[in-house]
Design a protein around this ligand. Structure first.
Ligand code: THG
Length: 366
C-alpha cells in the first residue's frame, strides 16, 4: 500500500521523529493522527514487548479537557462510572454512551482536580459530544483539546526504566493511579496504565516540545534493557481482550454487549442508563467473546471484519484476529449472538479465502 501524507487533518505527533527514526513500517489513523501499527513485524514486536520494554507514541489518545465549576456535573452525565467515588489521583476506564446506551467512546478519564478532568480518548470525536452537552445546557465549563500527548512505557522492564528517569517513586504508583513527577523545568502526570497486559506506565506529556527530549532520554537510559520504540501490538492486545473502539464495538453496541458491565455502576442518572440497566437485568442479545479460530496462521487481513455463522445463520462478527506465537492458534475478539455465545460452541468464520472453524471460549488468553 502507498504512504500517507501528513497534513493538518492527518496530524503527526510530538514524537513522530522518533517513530520515523525507529522505522515504523505501517500506520493507521486514529483521532485524525498517525499511529504506528508495527515496526519489525507484528510477531517480532510482540516477542520484544513481552520480554523487554517499549516506548510507545500514543499521542493519538487525545485528551478532552473539561474544566470549570460544572465539570463534575458534566462528567456525571457522561460517565457510566461513579464519579463521586473517584480519588484525586485516580484514572477510570469508562464507557460513554448515547441516550440509547450506544457506545460513543471508551476513554480513560483522569481526575486532574475537583473541577478538572481529562478524557483520554479512543478513536472518535467525543469533544463535540461534550461541547454539545455543555452548550445545550448552559454549563459553566471550558472544553478543549490541550497540547497533551501520552507516551506509554510498556513491558516487564518498564518499571526499571521509568525509575531511572523519574526515580523510585514510580514504583509506588498503583494500577490506574498517578503521580505528578518532575521532568526538566516542568512536571507530568505519570500513571500506571497502558494498552497492554505486560505492565507499564503512561506519561501525559504536557507540552509538545518535551516529547523528543523525553523519548530520547528513555531510549538512552534503556539501552542495556533493550528498550525500543514500539506501538500497541495487535496480537498481544487480542490475547489480553483489550477492546478497540470502532472495531470490536461501536455505537450500535452497549457497554453490556461489550462485556464492560463491571464499569457501569454509577448511581447518577447518566445518559444511556435506562437501556444499560435494562440489559443488565434482562441480558444483552449478543456479547463480546474470546474466539479461537482454527489454524493455520494465515488469515487474510480484512478491514470490515469476518462474518460468523452458526447453524446456517449469521450469528456474529469478528473484528480483530491474529496468529498468536505463544498460544499457537488464531486469537480473536468477536461480537457473538446469545444463541452461540456459550464456551465450547463451534462456529464458522467466513474469510475471503474460505470458511474456518472456530470455538467460543470462556476467557481471553492473558
Ligand atoms: N490509555 C490512555 N488512553 C486510552 C487508552 C489507553 N485511550 C484509548 C484507549 N486506550 C481506550 N481503551 C482502553 C481499553 C482498555 C483499557 C484502557 C483503555 C484497560 N483495561 C484494563 C483491562 O481490561 O485489563 C482494565 C482497566 C481497569 O480495570 O480499570 O486498561 O490505554 N491513556
Amino acid at each position: 500500500m502507498a504512504g500517507i501524507i501528513p497534513s493538518r487533518r492527518i496530524r503527526g505527533t510530538p514524537f513522530s521523529a522518533l517513530v520515523e527514526a525507529a522505522g515504523a513500517k505501517a500506520f493507521t489513523v486514529y483521532n485524525h493522527m498517525l499511529l504506528a501499527s508495527y515496526y519489525e513485524s507484528y510477531e517480532a514486536d510482540y516477542r520484544h514487548l513481552k520480554e523487554h520494554v517499549q516506548i510507545w507514541d500514543v499521542a493519538v489518545e487525545r485528551q478532552v479537557s473539561i474544566k470549570g465549576p460544572d465539570a463534575l456535573r458534566l462528567m456525571r452525565q457522561m460517565s457510566t462510572r461513579d464519579m463521586d467515588k473517584m480519588a484525586e489521583d485516580q484514572c477510570y476506564y469508562m464507557p460513554i454512551c448515547d441516550h440509547n446506551g450506544g457506545m460513543l467512546n471508551d476513554p480513560v478519564a483522569i481526575k486532574i482536580a475537583e473541577d478538572h478532568y481529562w478524557l483520554s480518548l479512543a478513536d472518535g470525536d467525543l469533544l463535540q459530544w461534550a461541547l454539545g452537552l455543555a452548550i445545550g445546557q448552559g454549563f459553566d465549563v471550558e472544553i478543549e483539546e490541550p497540547d497533551v500527548s501520552p507516551l506509554a512505557v510498556q513491558g516487564p522492564k518498564a518499571e526499571d526504566l521509568m525509575a531511572r528517569v523519574f526515580g523510585d517513586e514510580i514504583r509506588d504508583i498503583r494500577f490506574f493511579r498517578y503521580k505528578r513527577l518532575p521532568f526538566s523545568d516542568t512536571e507530568f502526570v505519570v500513571a500506571r496504565s497502558g494498552w497492554s497486559k505486560q505492565g507499564g506506565f503512561e506519561i501525559y506529556v504536557d507540552g509538545g516540545h518535551y516529547g523528543l527530549p523525553l523519548g530520547n532520554l528513555l531510549l538512552e537510559k534503556g539501552r542495556d534493557l533493550s528498550a525500543r520504540v514500539g506501538c500497541p501490538n495487535l496480537i498481544e492486545r487480542i490475547e489480553g481482550g483489550l477492546l478497540s473502539y470502532g472495531s470490536d464495538m461501536r455505537r450500535d453496541n452497549s457497554p453490556i454487549e461489550s462485556g464492560l458491565s463491571r464499569f457501569c455502576n454509577s448511581p447518577a442518572d447518566y445518559i444511556g442508563k435506562r437501556e444499560i440497566e435494562r440489559q443488565k437485568l434482562e441480558g444483552p442479545k449478543r456479547q463480546i467473546r474470546s474466539v479461537e479460530i482454527d489454524g493455520p496462521g494465515d488469515l487474510p487481513h480484512n478491514g470490515a471484519g469476518w462474518d460468523v455463522y452458526g447453524d446456517g445463520q449469521k450469528v456474529g462478527l469478528i473484528a480483530s484476529a491474529a496468529w498468536s506465537p505463544d498460544f499457537q492458534t488464531n486469537v480473536s475478539i468477536g461480537m457473538i449472538d446469545k444463541s452461540h455465545w456459550n464456551a465450547g460452541t463451534r462456529i464458522e468464520v467466513h474469510t475471503k479465502r474460505g470458511v474456518r472453524g472456530a470455538t467460543v471460549r470462556e476467557k481471553f488468553w492473558i
